[in-house]
Design a protein around this ligand. Structure first.
Ligand code: BGC
Length: 464
């Protein structure tokens, strides 16, 4: 009898919890058969762009943490990057930027987001390379000459080796080195560059580098991961306020770039899957969103991570919310003392070449989340790895529709940047993942516009 009562009570709470989660966190699905994706309208001021990052395209980045990482083996003697690939010459964008700017122009976009390679500008602590500073000046001038607005990212995953040796963002006191670099380049370029991204995807840098161990420095320490995440957020706020107070600061737009990803349960009836999703959501999205909204970080999962932080100057200290969106994950609980979940897929999922499904509704959901920060939203990255180019056109059409739907509902989205201008070094995946609007033949550096990219060009033209 007592056993039955216990089972009854347990069953009641279990079902109540499942119903609560089920209705509170619906997995949005639209019926695409009834959707007319051509019904989209954009304000004249909408910014269309494309994006890259220095290490992925420039070539010859031989003084940063990734160069070091690409030349290392893991504890089992395996290469860090798939098939032992290395960024090497990448797309040789450093030397070919003029022809690449013409390719950008041919897309009809008006904006180009690229990152400055800190390790080239400041190869040794406090020692700036004038030739490199001049190089980026020339890139900026070449863009402006073509009427393309430069958007600079100050930090996109790479650190100079000297900064890593000091402990990089593991130590809050190291933020000052990053700040000095940011102030220096802002003073150099801010008379011409009005759009600045501080840090690209702090959650990806910290989770991949300090939890999954797939990015440098390859650590697997959850507590350190959340501390690094906090330090990157603090770095954003510090840089933001300092740059705003420099000449040109007030009339520049300076913002953070955050990746939002939804974690939906693989089995909606399984409480463990739900718990895993709530924990990962809180760490991956919640920490940064709460920090940007209220200046507060509060996370405590016993035996896993604990962080309590309150800043008086962080709430809404960003001129825009740069949103990178790729996909959502279906998580399934796994009995494992470290990685207690796995990423699962359904047979009906349409996959990209990355382990991401095509889920345009997720961009809409992410925009709704980002709205909480009460700042204009810019989609700073969205794109597909599709080497066969048989899904790119549809991807572009549906994701842009999803973004536009959020806009029609009154959310202020000011721009959309497709990732990426051309195929490039996709971090731990090497060169196999083909995100480019332009296909790159890495043997001879020839760029060719992909058929699927025409959809992007058409949408931009129609919006004018
Ligand atoms: C990063 C890019 C990367 C892209 C595709 C984003 O997380 O900012 O550098 O290439 O995702 O995986």
């Amino acid at each position: 009898m007592i056993f039955l009562i216990i089972c009854g009570v347990f069953g009641f709470f279990y079902i109540s919890a499942i119903l609560y989660f089920h209705y509170k966190y619906p997995e949005l699905r639209w019926n695409w058969d009834n959707i007319d994706t051509s019904k989209i309208k954009f304000p004249k001021s909408f910014s269309w762009g494309t994006a890259t990052a220095s290490h992925q395209v420039e070539g010859n980045c031989i003084n940063n943490n990734w160069y070091f990482w690409e030349n290392q083996k893991d504890e089992n003697g395996h290469p860090r990057i798939k098939d032992n690939q290395k960024a090497g010459a990448a797309c040789d964008h450093w030397n070919r930027y003029k022809e690449d700017i013409k390719l950008i122009k041919n897309l009809g976009v008006t904006h180009y987001r690229f990152s400055l390679e800190w390790s080239k500008i400041e190869p040794n602590k406090g020692d700036y390379n004038q030739n490199v500073i001049n190089h980026y000046s020339e890139v900026i001038d070449a863009l402006i000459e073509q009427k393309i607005t430069p958007v600079i990212t100050l930090h996109h995953f790479t650190n100079p080796i000297w900064f890593d040796q000091l402990g990089a963002f593991e130590k809050e006191e190291n933020i000052t080195y990053f700040l000095s670099f940011c102030e220096m380049v802002f003073e150099k370029y801010s008379s011409k560059v009005k759009n600045w991204c501080t840090i690209n995807e702090p959650e990806v840098y910290s989770v991949m580098g300090y939890f999954a161990g797939i990015f440098p420095p390859g650590k697997k320490e959850p507590q350190l991961a959340v501390e690094v995440l906090r330090n990157l957020l603090v770095a954003h706020t510090t840089v933001y306020h300092h740059l705003k107070n420099l000449p040109n600061g007030k009339n520049s737009k300076i913002g953070i770039v955050k990746n939002i990803m939804q974690f939906d349960p693989y089995r909606r009836w399984n409480l463990l899957d739900w718990i895993v999703c709530r924990v990962t959501t809180k760490i991956y999205n919640g920490i940064a969103l709460s920090y940007l909204e209220k200046g507060a970080i509060k996370v405590h999962y016993p035996f896993f991570v604990k962080l309590n932080y309150q800043s008086k100057i962080a709430a809404q200290a960003t001129d825009f919310f740069g949103l990178n969106y790729y996909s959502h994950s279906h998580l399934k609980f796994k009995f494992d003392s470290y990685e207690f979940f796995e990423n699962k897929f359904f047979s009906h999922d349409t996959m990209t070449d990355m382990p991401y499904v095509i889920y345009p509704e997720g961009l809409y959901r992410a925009i709704k989340k980002a709205e909480k920060i009460k700042r204009p939203i810019i989609i700073t990255e969205n794109g597909i790895a599709d080497s066969k180019d048989d899904r790119r056109g549809l991807f572009i059409e549906k994701y842009i529709y999803a973004m536009n739907k959020a806009m029609q509902e009154g959310i202020n989205v000011e721009g959309y940047f497709y990732w990426s201008l051309m195929d490039n070094f996709e971090w731990a995946e090497g060169y196999d993942m083909r995100f480019g609007l332009y296909e790159v033949n890495f043997k001879n550096q020839k760029r060719t516009l992909r058929k699927g990219s025409q959809k992007f060009i058409d949408i931009i033209n129609d919006s004018k």
